[in-house]
Design a protein around this ligand. Structure first.
Ligand SMILES: NC(=O)c1ccc[n+]([C@@H]2O[C@H](COP(=O)([O-])OP(=O)(O)OC[C@H]3O[C@@H](n4cnc5c(N)ncnc54)[C@H](OP(=O)(O)O)[C@@H]3O)[C@@H](O)[C@H]2O)c1
Length: 214
């Protein structure tokens, strides 16, 4: 089973760190090309390789860790997914320029966190994500807690809980094995349309919550 990571920022790099710690190999990509990732590869090698977005996207399981506004560009024009698994790690939020009037908009309850919700016309983000990755079996995961803790699944004598959701039972069984291999305690929240909204920022009731299974 091969693993790809699209996005090498806070989330993608910590995902790579988690996989490397678990002895799992992956190919990671960003928008600027493999050479720009040499520092990360030096730290995490030999398990983690840098590649192009196409290289990462050709893996059996592809973790998508780009900002919502970059999703269409990152996934647009990729070869057919043909049933490979895409793990949607995104949240539909936009980051605000601290100096902009939007950053002080009193009608935005998230302005204090430097973000705003993106209007998806009433759709849940994973429904929109599915359209960006046609033919992929989509699982939503790794989007509900801070990326800085992602590489630490063992905490306080227990295992950090990882919520995931998806519509394809076989895909969920495959990623569950992967989550367990990394030391997480995975909890299936059901289909995408149910579990996705529950565990997604900015308003999901399980988003930002860290449960530890003792
Ligand atoms: N940070 C967190 O704590 C956290 C927690 C949960 C969920 N999330 C979600 O995870 C996603 C990523 O967040 P982040 O904080 O990791 O963002 P980030 O630090 O800004 O990193 C974004 C990454 O995406 C890459 N990227 C942008 N456009 C791309 C393209 N067209 N093709 C390939 N790669 C592209 C960037 O590469 P370049 O630098 O080369 O442009 C960068 O490596 C977001 O949807 C966020 O909501 C984040």
């Amino acid at each position: 089973m091969s693993i790809g990571i699209i996005g090498a920022g806070a989330l993608g790099s910590n995902m790579a760190r988690l996989l490397a710690k678990s002895g799992l190999s992956a190919t990671i990509a960003n928008s600027r090309g493999p050479e720009s990732l040499s520092g990360l590869i030096e730290e995490l090698g030999p398990f983690i390789k840098a590649g192009t977005v196409e290289d990462a996207a050709s893996a059996d399981i592809v973790l998508v860790a780009v900002r919502w506004v970059d999703l269409e560009t990152a996934l647009g024009g990729l070869p057919a997914w043909n049933g490979r698994i895409a793990i949607d790690c995104t949240n539909p939020v936009a980051f605000l320029d601290p100096g902009s009037p939007e950053a002080k908009d009193p009608s935005n309850p998230l302005a204090a966190y430097g973000i705003k919700a993106i209007d998806l016309g009433g759709k849940h983000s994973s429904t929109v994500f599915r359209d960006f990755a046609p033919g992929a079996r989509v699982v939503k995961a790794f989007n509900h807690f801070d990326a800085q803790v992602l590489a630490e699944p063992a905490v306080s004598g227990g295992q950090r809980v990882l919520f995931y959701s998806g519509d394809d039972v076989d895909a969920k069984a495959e990623v569950r094995k992967l989550f367990e291999q990394t030391g997480y305690f995975p909890v299936d929240l059901g289909p995408l349309d149910v579990g996705g909204p529950l565990a997604s920022l900015p308003f999901g009731s399980l988003a930002g919550v860290n449960f530890i299974r003792i």
